[in-house]
Each structure stands twice: as structure tokens, then as C-alpha cells.
Design a protein around this ligand. Sequence first.
Ligand SMILES: [Ca+2]
Ligand SMILES: [Ca+2]
Ligand SMILES: [Ca+2]
Length: 183
Amino acid sequence: VNSKRKPSLHHLFSLNGKASFLWHCRVDKDRSAVISDTELQQALSNGTWTPFNPVTVRSIISMFDRENKGGVNFNEFAGVWKYITDWQNIFRTYDRDNSGFIDKNELKQALTGFGYRLSDQFYNTLIEKFDRQRKGQVAFDDFIQCCIVLQRLTDVFRRYDTDQDGWIQVSYEQYLSMVFNVV
Ligand SMILES: [Ca+2]
Ligand SMILES: [Ca+2]
Ligand SMILES: [Ca+2]
């Protein structure tokens, strides 16, 4: 019934000029001047009634948390907000049928648009890995997570694939270093 609900920031931030006020009142619930994972998670919607993927929340917070304080301050939060809004626009662009989910074909179009060249079979693997709700397609939060992980893994691979032919040969310890860069 609610599959048509669109991902949103719960309309917290529709008024730019009021962002600071709203930030203090609505997102930073404990008034600590730092937005924690839990506080951000509560401010976000994935378009379904399930809680926003905590792994995605952690990925985003750690991306903007420059001092490793386990959350983001007001300035950093502006970056978080823009990042999520950008993803929201991307998600809406590729959710062609407006279903509130990205299915395999939509994912293929999105990732191809980002420059990835992946086989049809690998898209099944991606959906299987990131479809937290077991619907055969991915919600907003899982879509972001899929793209973040794919980009991290690709970046590490590229560092080793110096001739850019899509093949690498790595030793055991190089392999461990590659994995440590991602996990
Ligand atoms: Ca707080
Ligand atoms: Ca869709
Ligand atoms: Ca190579």
C-alpha cells in the first residue's frame, strides 16, 4: 500500500532559511550539537515504513565526520544533507516507473549511467546483496549503500589495475590490504 511513498528527509529541510533552527529542534534531539547515527537515521525515510539502513547511515556519517567524533556537527551536516538530497534526485531519476524501488533494469540504467560495465548476471548478485527487504529490488537506502560499496571496491581495484585492462594480479597480502581498505 505504501510502496509509492517517496524517500524524503521528512520535509524537515524544505525551508532553507530555517535549516539551522530545524536542525537544532528536530534532528539533534539531545541538543549535543552533534548529529549521531541514531539521530540521522530517525530524520531519514527510505520511502517504506522500515528504518533507514543503519549501515548506510554509518557510511554517510563517517564520510563527513572529519574529527572521528562519531557524528557530524552543523557544518558537516550541511554536506550530509546535500549528499542525501543529491542521491534522492538520482534515485527519482532512475526509478522510471515511480515505484519507490529500483528494480534490476533501473539499477542497470543507473550504474551504466555512472560508467560501470557489468554483466546481467552481476546485477542479480547486486540485487541479492543489497535487497534488504527481500522484494527483488532495492529501496532508497540500500541503493545508496550499493553505490557506495561498488565505488569503494572499484577505487581499490583501480589502484592495482595500473594498465586499466580490468585484470589484476595480487599477492595474498596485497589482497588483504585491498579488503582492509573497504571493510
Ligand atoms: Ca545529538
Ligand atoms: Ca522502480
Ligand atoms: Ca591490469
